[in-house]
Design a protein around this ligand. Structure first.
Ligand SMILES: Cc1cc2nc3c(=O)[nH]c(=O)nc-3n(C[C@H](O)[C@H](O)[C@H](O)COP(=O)(O)OP(=O)(O)OC[C@H]3O[C@@H](n4cnc5c(N)ncnc54)[C@H](O)[C@@H]3O)c2cc1C
Length: 1007
């Protein structure tokens, strides 16, 4: 019999005892079954998932609503049509609200505030003291956390740190005379105990450079810890989402080793048992503590971000880091419980859980091990489990309550998390206290429940390959295309590989790259020099430049290769794209390194570009398999009509530098997989990446002549290609100026031209985001930073007009300025950099010209200063406010880190301003009003509209990308209908009726 099986009866006995005490404790506040508003809300929320979502969203937005009208408006929008047992009361409130909004608004605010007060201990130390004293009097201890979630600027991080230090002083003073008594008093940990979230101590934690982030956090954290040291208090680092796990653990080690804090305060951190790697982490941390000879505190929790981790993993196509079945988490928690108890006194374990089975297991295992009750503790969350806390204290255990303090606005995220936890289908509290499952069931060993369900492996549930064979499109199962996962720079080995790739590529700089036509490599008429925009003296490579002769040769070669290539099966062509994707996957670190050095992308931006290139290959390969089979137009007896597609001919691919691999690759492989042959002209500024891409095409096995490379300037090679009579198709991405010239030139037909030239033209934008009065500004600020200043604003999707509704700008702009000030400007090869250089001197001058114009016509709200010693083409992110909608700054494409803030009195005006440009590429809205979201969804005229998220970063297959008006001809790269642009449709109709005889089943002539 396993050790666990032998203690199961004891666990059940203990559990029963706890349940009995809970039953008896009638005056303890409870989270379920109350007849007050909170009790009823929980009840409705558990019965009706739609009501739950709408209610929680309303609670989330409420603190940001400034007028009674707004409160009522949102209440109607969220809950007006939701059926719930509250409908009668709600309708009443809404009717009154429409007449006299102040009445229900006041009532609602008061009720939500009292709901928040169930879980939030007080506004600050002073107002929380009453509750802390009550907890103490009831024989329990506390740890206090300041609500604040993620901060966006150094000022906010400084404020947060200062509040912690003040809280320490206050608590240590206020509890000075509290003296522990009873059997556990001799082993009592420090009375004042604070829980700290590292994200609140740093404006931006950069996953690609944890060491710099740790140094930044330590600046503030050390002051808190030093104060705790003086006052004899404990500090515990909370654990947040998975992306911060490694940083938090490393930070803990650094902090513990600090010589200034030697013999310092008691320090702790958290292990989340829902993580698959948590047992390994716990073991490693114990080994570290053993080596360092120090005792540590570990709070063991299951984890509060389960849904979030699943969503992030699905969106990034990463393996899910959490267990997917609840018993697995529970069993892992118990495994780690045993690990910790087996490692006393190296560790002081704190078992944080409201699950009576989980608690009983820890208590009984500790007893079996002979661990004294003073050598570990239980922890519960304030307001969530008072009866459990009281029962454990009565049984003689040390229990600490986690007590958040703070204002309602930052507290909302916390409140919603607690509401979710209480209403979660899988939660113990719901099962035990609302659904009243049997005690035997509640106390079952989780290991025995794992075998009842399939175990999860954390792999994303997608299949990469299409298995639909040769079926007609209508019969095919649409297998989901799986995006290439981006690199996770939070992983140490990934960072190491990136740093190594940068070193390798740095050793390959300055080489020469030829023109490639057929199997020939040609030196060209002249050489272009490609340089690093962050270090203009550094030569990335010398690239052979074509002229009339090379263009003519390349087009001729492509034309000849077309004969065989156009007849190659769609399947073979698709396979070559997959081979190309494999090559890029194998080289992904080096390709990203080339981008960092040649065009000034940060690590994450460079990797995203490589990922997108791979995605284009796989996506278009699968799409071509779909298009490659004919389509029976109608199922009629006696006739077969098949529509199929044929390639157009020779394509000129004219690509930009801002996505030097992805866009170049996307346009090229779309042309190739559809059976066209190509002449590629990369942008001058990214011509080395263009040459490397050509090399990959050849290595992947594309036949000679199918893809040809003629580098050179747009004015010469680009123009020659566009005007060439033998070019059938032009795929161009770039500025409106060049795009419209190409459009016009391509329309001129030559006497010996075979086809009307098709132009696939994607141009720029003057993209706007509307910030509504009720927007979540934490989210909006981060989204604006990413959209306006990611890759220095040099994306066609970048945000350049921020349209603020009402007076939201008064709250938004100061936070935005502070957040910009925290961005790191510098060479992008450094992993901590947020803002690198713009692409070249000409671009720098053009952007500077717009900034000068802005300074003369508008109010300069902020311009980030440049650090000393930079030698490249740098421009600090710049924000102008009070910009008129028709001003040049608000109408012309700048392609740099310049943001114009435009005020609008209301949403209709904001939409009007947003639509009032010649462009229609991307747009965004931050709002929490369902009606306003619906309105903008319909009225904002852009190709890609993003709601409550950044407006850049389109993902292949998920966000087909492209605009209309002067932003493009309506094609959508990475979308289902993109390849049609590279093809001619044909229909072949055959009469199969022979002298009145038509076969019952026709054999279809599909390839
Ligand atoms: C004092 C205290 C401090 C805490 N500090 C932190 C912290 O710093 N960081 C942190 O992340 N959490 C923290 N938590 C934990 C968290 O907030 C939840 O309270 C806790 O996970 C609930 O676990 P339980 O054992 O009480 O309840 P149970 O109902 O037994 O477990 C619920 C938990 O199981 C997991 N789960 C739910 N569904 C599934 C599923 N389908 N598959 C796999 N797992 C699932 C989730 O983690 C969920 O929270 C803390 C909790 C307490 C009590």
């Amino acid at each position: 019999m396993s050790q666990l099986a032998t203690i199961q009866p004891e666990i059940e006995k203990f559990g029963n005892q706890v349940f009995k005490l809970i039953e008896r404790d009638q005056d303890a506040p409870r989270v379920f079954g109350g007849s007050d508003l909170y009790g009823r809300l929980m009840d409705w929320a558990m019965r009706n998932p739609v009501f739950k979502t709408q209610m929680f969203r309303f609670v989330d937005v409420l603190p940001s609503l400034t007028s009674s009208d707004d409160v009522v408006k949102h209440l109607v929008e969220y809950l007006g049509n939701v059926k719930s047992p509250a409908s009668g009361a709600l309708r009443g409130a809404l009717t009154v609200g429409r007449l006299i909004p102040a009445i229900p608004a006041r009532l609602i605010r008061r009720n939500v505030l009292s709901m928040a007060n169930i879980f939030i201990c007080g506004k600050e130390g002073k107002s929380a003291l009453l509750n802390l004293r009550r907890i103490w009097r009831e024989g329990a201890r506390f740890t206090v956390d300041i609500l604040g979630e993620a901060v966006v600027s150094d000022r906010e991080a400084d404020d947060y740190a200062a509040r912690y230090r003040e809280l320490l002083d206050f608590l240590s003073d206020a509890t000075h005379y509290w003296k522990p008594e009873g059997p556990l008093a001799s082993s009592e940990p420090p009375l004042v105990n604070l829980s700290v979230k590292i994200s609140a101590l740093c404006a931006r934690i950069q996953p690609s450079d944890p060491q710099t982030s740790i140094a930044r956090i330590l600046l503030r954290l050390k002051q808190i810890v030093a104060r705790a040291n003086q006052l004899g208090a404990s500090i515990n680092l909370d654990m947040e989402h998975y992306g911060l796990k490694g940083t938090t653990l490393d930070l803990f080690k650094e902090l513990s080793k600090d010589p200034d804090l030697a013999n310092g305060p008691r320090l702790g951190f958290v292990i989340q048992a829902y993580l698959r790697d948590s047992h390994k982490d716990a073991e490693e941390m114990l080994n570290w503590a053993r080596r360092e000879g120090r005792q540590i505190t570990i709070r063991l929790v299951k984890g509060a971000y389960w849904d979030f981790e699943k969503v992030v993993a699905a969106q990034k196509t990463w393996d899910v880091p959490v267990y997917l079945s609840k018993p697995e988490t529970d069993a892992n928690y118990e495994r780690i419980t045993r690990l910790l108890l087996n490692n006393r006194p190296l560790v002081y374990p704190a078992f944080a859980s409201h699950n009576v089975r989980t608690i009983a297991h820890a208590a009984i295992y500790a007893k079996e091990q002979g661990t004294s009750r003073g050598d570990y503790e239980f922890q519960v969350l304030y307001g969530m489990a008072t009866p459990i806390r009281r029962a454990l204290v009565q049984l003689g255990y040390r229990v600490r309550e986690y007590c958040p303090v703070g204002e309602l606005v930052p507290g909302m995220a916390y409140l919603v998390r607690r509401l979710l936890e209480n209403t979660s289908n899988e939660g113990f509290l719901r099962a035990g206290f609302s659904e009243k499952r049997s005690i035997t069931d509640l106390l079952r060993d989780p290991v025995t429940q794992i075998s009842d369900r399939p175990q999860s492996n954390g792999k994303a549930p997608f299949s990469r390959k299409s298995e639909s064979g040769g079926l007609l499109p209508s019969h095919r199962v649409d297998t989901p295309f799986r995006n290439e996962p981006p690199l996770d720079f939070a992983v140490g080995s990934v960072r190491m590989k990136m740093a190594n790739a940068l070193a390798t590529v740095s050793g390959k700089l300055g080489l020469s790259y030829p023109i490639v036509i057929g199997r020939k490599e040609l030196p060209g008429a002249a050489q272009m020099v490609s340089i690093n925009p962050a270090h203009p003296r550094q030569v990335i490579g010398h690239v052979a430049q074509g002229a009339t002769r090379e263009v003519a040769m390349a087009v001729d070669t492509a034309r000849k290769a077309f004969v065989a290539w156009s007849k190659t099966s769609a399947e073979s062509r698709s396979k070559l794209l997959e081979r190309l994707a494999d090559k890029m996957r194998a080289d992904r670190y080096e390709l990203a390194a080339w981008e960092i050095l040649e065009v000034g992308k940060t690590w994450a931006e460079a990797d995203a570009d490589v990922v997108e290139a791979i995605d284009f290959c796989i996506f278009y390969a699968e799409e071509m398999r779909r298009f490659g089979h004919g389509r029976l137009t109608q199922n009629l007896p006696g006739e077969i009509s098949i529509e199929n597609y044929v390639p157009r001919g020779v394509a000129a691919i004219i690509a930009p530098w801002n996505f030097p691999l992805a866009i170049l690759c996307g346009m090229t492989v779309a042309a190739l997989v559809t059976g066209n042959t190509v002449v590629i002209k990369p942008a001058e500024q990214s011509s080395v990446i263009g040459a490397l891409f050509m090399k990959l095409l050849r290595e992947a096995g594309f036949p000679d002549g199918v893809a040809n490379l003629v580098s050179g300037t747009g004015e010469s090679v680009g123009s020659l290609l566009v005007a060439h009579p033998d070019i059938d198709l032009i795929a161009f991405t770039g500025s409106r100026e060049v795009g419209t010239i190409i459009w016009g030139t391509a329309a001129i037909t030559h006497p010996d031209q075979r086809n009307l030239k098709k132009v696939i033209c994607e141009m720029g934008g003057k993209n706007a985001a509307i910030i509504d009065t009720d927007a979540d500004l934490d989210e909006a600020v981060l989204g604006i930073l990413q959209s306006a200043f990611g890759y220095q604003g040099q994306k066609c999707s970048a945000l350049s007009r921020l349209i603020t509704v009402g007076n939201v700008n008064q709250r938004l702009v100061p936070r935005l300025k502070d957040a910009i000030a925290a961005l790191k400007i510098g060479p992008p090869e450094h992993p901590d950099t947020d803002i690198g250089p713009v692409i070249d001197q000409a671009s720098l001058e053009k952007i500077q010209g717009y900034i000068a114009l802005g300074k003369s016509e508008h109010h300069l709200a902020y311009q980030a200063p440049l650090p000393a010693g930079l030698e490249g083409y740098y421009i600090g992110p710049t924000v102008f406010t009070e910009v008129a909608p028709g001003a040049r700054l608000a109408q012309e494409e700048i392609f740099g880190p310049v943001l114009a803030v435009i005020g609008a009195k209301d949403l209709p005006t904001a939409i009007q301003i947003a639509n009032n440009t010649p462009f229609a590429l991307t747009g965004g809205l931050y709002s929490r009003s369902p009606d306003n979201i619906d309105r903008v969804r319909v009225e904002f005229q852009v190709g890609n509209l993003y709601i409550n998220r950044a407006i850049t970063g389109a993902i292949v297959g998920r966000h087909p990308f492209g605009g209309f008006k002067m932003s493009g001809a309506g094609t959508k790269a990475g979308g289902k209908d993109y390849l049609v642009n590279f093809l001619f449709p044909r229909v072949v109709t055959e009469n199969t009726l022979r002298h009145g005889f038509a076969p019952e089943t026709e054999t279809l002539p599909f390839n």
